[in-house]
Every structure is written in structure tokens, then in C-alpha cells.
Design a protein around this ligand. Sequence first.
Ligand SMILES: CC(C)(COP(=O)(O)OP(=O)(O)OC[C@H]1O[C@@H](n2cnc3c(N)ncnc32)[C@H](O)[C@@H]1OP(=O)(O)O)[C@@H](O)C(=O)NCCC(=O)NCCS
Length: 166
Amino acid sequence: MLKFISIKTNKLSKKNILDIIKLKDMKWKYGLKKQQIFFKKNIKKFDSHNMLYDKKILVGYTCLRKLKFKRNSRSFKYLIFDTLIIRKKYRHLGFGDKIMKFNNKIIKKQKLTAFLICQKRMVFFYRKFNWINSEKIFKKKNIMFYPEKLNTKIFNINSFVELFKS
Ligand SMILES: CC(C)(COP(=O)(O)OP(=O)(O)OC[C@H]1O[C@@H](n2cnc3c(N)ncnc32)[C@H](O)[C@@H]1OP(=O)(O)O)[C@@H](O)C(=O)NCCC(=O)NCCS
């Protein structure tokens, strides 16, 4: 049975964390130790982990990291869409589509703007799910955001790049 769940870091079990780092390592082969170090260093208590389980097997994963952006001595919260992966055996079956719709629902619930960086070839994919291409390229990678209504007083086009430099 397939099941989507969204869990904050502080509620993840040890098995969940191991499942996440193992799944990520299938695509980004840094080794489990380095994946673990990245997780401990970068993933904070209230980040969301959107997971698709097939019984006990983690088959899809996205992390939404909650961060703050400082501008004119005020700070604004936003989300970084970090990682999108479907286990190889499960690709081309529509699960990428399903997890993206689930991710968008979780983003909307948090009432924050989410940003991601991706290679040009992925822009078409994210556009399918109403993500907007900022037209700004950061080190040859594209920056996209969701939902479409962006508070341009806070996030002007140059602030995208600032976000990804910090
Ligand atoms: C990208 C990924 C999540 C797609 O998952 P998937 O389960 O195969 O996707 P789906 O079967 O739901 O396909 C959904 C649609 O996106 C398209 N699509 C799938 N992978 C794509 C890709 N890499 N680039 C562009 N479009 C893609 C499909 O053709 C399909 O379009 P259709 O509905 O018009 O037929 C999956 O290939 C993956 O995990 N890749 C490795 C990790 C990765 O590259 N992540 C993205 C980092 S930015």
C-alpha cells in the first residue's frame, strides 16, 4: 500500500532518517557517512520531510527547509525545496507527478514561498506543477519558485540570487 506522509524533523524515526539518506545516496553517491553529516548540519527541527512509502520502503522523497531572509532589518521566512527523488524502480509510473502535487499542497499550507534550483532540463518538469521560472540563472542553474504569487516588495529578482549565495 502506498502512502504519502509529511513529517517535521523532530518527529522522524531513526528508520525514517536512514531511509532518507539511503534513498538520496542512490542518486547522489556521496556515501552514507557524508549524507548523514549533511543531514545533521543542514536539516533543522521544523523542516518538512515529504515521503512516499510503499509498505516499509521509502520510494519518494522531498525536503522543504524553512529559512529566514533578512532585508532592511526585517526578516522573512521562506522554503527551500531541497531534493526530489523517486526510487529508480518506481520512475515513469506517475509518482513524480503525485509527489509534486503533494509537495505543492504542503507548501501552500505553510503559506510561504518555496524556491528551488535545477538544471535547465528540469524547468519543463517543474512548470507542469505551476512552478515559475524566475528567468534568473545562478551558476548555470535555474531558480524557480512556487506559488505563483510572489511578494515582489520582499523578493525582487536580485534577491533570488542573494538567497542562494547565503
Ligand atoms: C525527476 C523524477 C522525480 C520524475 O519522477 P517520475 O516518477 O519518473 O515522474 P512521472 O512518471 O510522474 O512523470 C511526470 C511527468 O514528468 C515528465 N518527466 C519525468 N522525468 C522528467 C525529467 N527528468 N525531465 C523532464 N520531464 C520529466 C514525464 O515525462 C511525465 O510527463 P507526462 O505527464 O507529460 O507524461 C525522477 O526521474 C527522479 O527521481 N530522478 C532522479 C532525481 C532527480 O533528477 N531529481 C530532480 C533534481 S532537480
